[in-house]
Design a protein. Structure first.
Length: 53
C-alpha cells in the first residue's frame, strides 16, 4: 500500500500549524548544514597523478 501522498499532506498540514519560533528554531536563518566534502576532493591525486590548477 502506497500512502505517501497521505503522509505528505499530514506532515504539511502539521508543519503549517507550527512556526519556527514555536518549534524553538530562529526564523529567517539558513538552517541547512554544510555538506561534507566528497571523497574525490579529499584525495589530492585521485588518478595517481597530480592535477594542474
Amino acid at each position: 500500500m502506497d500512502n505517501r501522498n497521505e503522509v505528505r499532506e499530514f506532515l504539511v498540514s502539521r508543519r503549517a500549524k507550527v512556526s519556527p519560533e514555536q518549534a524553538g528554531v530562529p526564523a529567517g536563518t539558513n538552517r541547512r548544514a554544510a555538506a561534507p566534502p566528497t571523497a574525490e576532493y579529499d584525495d589530492p591525486e585521485p588518478s595517481g597523478g597530480s592535477v594542474s590548477r
